[in-house]
Design a protein around this ligand. Structure first.
Ligand code: C5P
Length: 314
């Protein structure tokens, strides 16, 4: 500390590695509109960032490379299809540099679990490479690049709690009082997001349902503003849940068990198969996690709180 190379100011020193921490999300409300011509659905998605974090570090390298570490590392593509690699390539193109970077990803967010783990890594790569390459893009510019990678990437950059409209990428922050405590039941194996959306369309067509434009739940936003966990628990809603259960019938048992064990609310997270349970307090979350673990209805259990900030340089 204190010495700077070649007498230059400290802040112009070239960066050797940048580490970024990025949270998982759960959708407190996920209302799915009709299928659009571009294959997406208009959404009202109330995103909530929780304290389950992936860590990504970016360091100079000859070529673009990705290394994934952690429990489920082998389930993540480590080639050019990796969302973090795509994000780094897109940013490099945008600012006109060679994408020479090694991205090391330490995964804690479940893979293909409905918690936007891949999008989180893409967001982390944008933030890390922006810093590594001294690009200095504005948050809005990073969000725009993020949206080109995936619908959930802009939220992983923003964090906290926000309503997402359009594909989920048009965000406005939602005021939240205090902190909410969550327990997550992680399932064996993932679910494909496009398959769950397609199953949702199929179920709706089979039931002849008419689907209107989704609306933000005022009950939910009021519960968030008041820090009212009980109200929030009963306002949780996910239109993808029936489809996820259809593709993974064991989720029904997981959700029922959590209600029997006193969760304030329970729902499938995003497109699943992770299930999210709201607890009254940190202590209640600990009890609920132990009871769920004993009930044997999940591969593993994680506890987390929200809201937390989006992708942050460490
Ligand atoms: O944007 P992203 O690549 O994460 O989306 C993955 C898939 O999820 C899309 O290809 C689409 O099938 C589905 N999706 C959707 N409507 C949205 C977001 C995602 O149908 N608003």
């Amino acid at each position: 500390p204190g010495s700077s190379p070649a007498g230059g100011p400290l802040r112009s020193r070239s960066v050797t590695a940048v580490s970024v921490r990025v949270p998982a999300k759960v959708n407190l409300q996920l209302s799915v509109g009709p299928l659009r011509d571009d294959g997406y659905h208009d959404l009202v998605s109330v995103f909530h960032a929780v304290s389950l974090f992936d860590e990504l570090s970016a360091e100079p390298n000859e070529e673009l490379a990705v290394r994934v570490e952690g429990a489920s590392a082998e389930e993540v593509p480590a080639d050019g299809d990796n969302l973090a690699a795509r994000a780094a390539r897109l940013l490099a193109e945008r600012i006109g540099v060679h994408p020479g970077v090694l991205l090391r990803i330490r995964k804690a967010i479940p893979v293909a679990g409905g918690m936007a783990g891949g999008s989180a890594d893409a967001a982390a790569a944008l933030v890390a490479c922006d810093r590594l390459w001294n690009a200095g893009l504005e948050p809005g510019e990073l969000a725009e690049l993020g949206a080109a990678i995936g619908s959930d990437v802009p939220f992983a950059l923003l964090g906290a709690t926000a309503v997402g409209l359009g594909r989920g990428e048009r965000l406005s922050p939602v005021p939240v009082k205090g902190r909410f405590h969550w327990v997550f039941a992680l399932a064996e194996g993932g679910l494909s997001t496009p398959a769950v959306y397609a199953e949702c369309d199929r179920l709706r067509a089979a039931h002849g349902e008419w689907i209107g434009a989704p609306q933000v739940s005022e009950r939910l936003t009021t519960a968030l503003a008041n820090g009212d966990a009980k109200e929030l628990g009963s306002a949780l809603a996910n239109d993808l849940q029936p489809a996820a259960i259809m593709l993974r019938p064991s989720l029904r048992r997981t959700l029922t068990a959590s209600r029997d064990l006193g969760a304030l609310g329970a729902l499938v997270s995003g497109s699943g198969p992770t299930c999210a349970f709201l607890a009254e307090s940190d202590a209640h979350a600990l009890d609920l996690a132990a009871a769920l673990s004993d009930a044997g209805v999940a591969r593993s259990i994680a506890r987390a709180y929200g809201p937390v900030p989006g992708a942050t340089v460490l």
